[in-house]
Design a protein around this ligand. Structure first.
Ligand code: G3H
Ligand code: 13P
Ligand code: ZN
Length: 331
């Protein structure tokens, strides 16, 4: 049994209190490898932003859970080396789907876990979530639950349509499970194709304009559980410049579209205090690597393309922190 405190990590309690009181959101960035981790930590050290390092079960399979945990411990030391005196870094399981997986992460030094029971019936979701909370809280590990279903792919689970969170259920869910934060569904979804062209309108230049998030549902939820930390998954904005570079250099991303950043900024000012971003980082890395490969057919040292990809990622994360989430200077 490894406790997260011994690794220098923190849980989400203080982070979320600051975010709720201060009208900003904590970035939750997914990582699977060293370059992503370096980019996240150096962006957060430079902006002094608290951060949630997210590991999905896909990431565990790809990179090995033990290695990722040591990388998170290394992240804390790396942050100090970069001059961040008291790094606020949380290691979080993203979309845990079973009690056993969540327990294994708690036992291995994660400081926070998500149990995603959103694909179960309401009562089964409560039962599973409550069981994880009971276990995790013994070790000070915080727990995120989910109510409502996001369209798209969540690890191995995929849903064709959204089921928006029902505001009338949130008080009961939060009370009976004891969760520390709640992920909700108000129109975001995972991946780089968040809406079909049919769901969008077009502006005067023919560019797709996505339907707005359901802020009315968010407000209703806030009314039910004032001050309770709300989480938004599927919050990548899918920057068109990355999509264009990818497609210029041989990629085939069709109708890629994300959540406009002004809407995320508005969400961050409300009860939303954790915003999940993965796809934007994937696009940034892929754009840099595709361009490099096309322009440098004679090069074969991975550092020559992973280095610039890491720089671009850091720039992206700093932009999110400074201009979208508002978490700069909060750690
Ligand atoms: O929720 C989805 C995250 O972007 C993680 O994705 O399961 O492909 O690692 P992944
Ligand atoms: P994106 O696919 O929009 O980056 O969402 C990531 C996410 O929600 C991870 O849990
Ligand atoms: Zn997610």
């Amino acid at each position: 049994m490894v406790n997260y405190k011994d690794l220098g990590l923190v849980n989400t309690k203080e982070m979320f209190k600051g975010a709720v009181d201060g009208g900003y959101a904590i970035p939750a960035f997914n990582f699977n490898n060293m370059e992503q981790m370096q980019a996240i930590v150096s962006a957060c050290a430079e902006t002094k932003s608290p951060v949630i390092l997210q590991v999905s079960s896909g990431a565990r399979k790809y990179a090995n859970q033990t290695l990722l945990r040591y990388m998170a411990q290394g992240a804390v030391e790396y942050a100090k080396e970069l001059g961040w005196e008291k790094p606020q870094i949380c290691l979080h399981l993203d979309h845990g789907d079973t009690f056993e997986l969540c327990k294994s992460c708690v036992d291995m030094g994660f400081s926070s876990v998500m149990i995603d029971g959103s694909h179960h019936s309401y009562e089964d979701n409560i039962e599973l979530t409550r069981k994880v909370v009971e276990y995790a809280h013994q070790y000070g590990v915080t727990v995120e639950g989910e109510l409502g279903v996001l369209a798209g792919i969540e690890d191995e689970v995929s849903a064709e349509h959204h089921t928006y969170t029902r505001p009338e259920e949130v008080i009961d869910f939060v009370k009976r499970t004891g969760v520390d934060s709640l992920a909700i569904s108000i129109g975001t979804s995972h991946g780089a194709n968040k809406f079909t062209p049919e769901q969008c309108t077009r502006d005067e230049n023919g560019k797709l304009v996505p339907p707005p998030l359901r802020f009315d549902i968010l407000k209703e939820i806030e009314k039910q559980i004032p001050g309770f930390p709300i989480v938004l998954h599927g919050s990548s904005s899918v920057p068109q410049e990355y999509v264009d570079i990818i497609n210029t250099y041989g990629g085939k991303l069709k109708d890629a579209i994300g959540i406009p950043e002004d809407q995320l900024r508005e969400a961050a000012r409300s009860a939303v205090c954790k915003i999940n971003i993965d796809s934007d980082g994937r696009l940034a890395m892929t754009a840099v690597v595709r361009k490099f490969m096309a322009e440098n057919p004679d090069k074969f040292d991975p550092r020559q393309y992973l280095g610039p990809a890491r720089e671009e990622l850091k720039k992206l994360y700093m932009h999110k922190i400074n201009n979208v989430l508002g978490s700069n200077g909060k750690a």
